[in-house]
Design a protein around this ligand. Sequence first.
Ligand code: C2E
Ligand code: MG
Ligand code: MG
Ligand code: MG
Length: 289
Amino acid sequence: HAKQLGKAMWRFADEQLNALHMPQARMEVLLRGALERGELSMHFQPILNLISSQVYSFEALMRWNSPVLGSVSPADFIPVAEAREMMGRLGSWALRESIRQMRAWQTELPGVGVSVNVSATRFTHTDFVADVCSALAEYDSFAQLLTLEITESAVLADAQQAREKLLELRDMGVRVAMDDFGTGYSSLGQLRDLPVDILKIDRVFVQESQSDAAFIKAMVVMGHSLGLKVVAEGIEHAHMAAWVQALGCDLGQGFHFARPLPAHQAVASMVRLQGGYSLTDREERQTDK
Ligand code: C2E
Ligand code: MG
Ligand code: MG
Ligand code: MG
């Protein structure tokens, strides 16, 4: 007990210090045990076919609810995890948790897959493909329903090695999406040489300006000519959905359709949407009583 108390006090002292002087280091200390304490979870946001409105897949997004810091944005804690070499462990967990949830929703939404974000450092690590392989094996495969979202920076360091990894993943049946496309420094020429299946246009280009329209059109023409599906991110209003659809995007994602939610809620809302009238009628009848 004395030892535990000692540890706790040290941690407390650390946290106090960090709170005063070093917020990043403080976050690091708290993040180290977050997984074991059950503070991390995955939320899921649907990606929809813009023409049929059918759900195509769910993107898995990590959430950290810290009793000390409150809910922390992944935009803040993922860079810390990456810098402190925690992303391998967190990413490995996120992948398994996402596949597990995806397997569970097959009874309600058969054929609907999951898209898992992969940080650049994790992707470039030598063990990455083997970890994906073992994660799939642990959950009876489902490789065809897994998409990995990588960013341009994952490919930039070593394009040849990235290409080889992507080919291995493709051989396993896994799909790959290029996330936040347009925000990095990769060239269109690089994209041509990469075995990628989906292009996600970052939401900074989905603001309905004329220059955005030109950019999206170019991405769509190029993406389609390479046989890729094109996703528009950050669709917040119905008119934005209509706009990106008119520009040729195949898929859309954003608060207009749904916010990221725990799997059971995300799935229920899509089942309601896709179940069409019968389900809605049934619910209305029940509330009428
Ligand atoms: P991302 O992969 O580009 O994910 C899309 C982000 O846009 C998510 O933010 C999502 O909640 C947000 N978003 C979706 N629709 C809308 C919309 O209509 N309007 C606006 N303003 N935002 C929208 P989130 O969940 O905060 O995640 C931020 C970033 O953190 C992600 O960007 C991704 O790069 C990273 N991330 C999240 N989860 C993971 C993870 O499990 N692993 C890794 N490596 N990175 C992750
Ligand atoms: Mg993503
Ligand atoms: Mg994105
Ligand atoms: Mg983005």
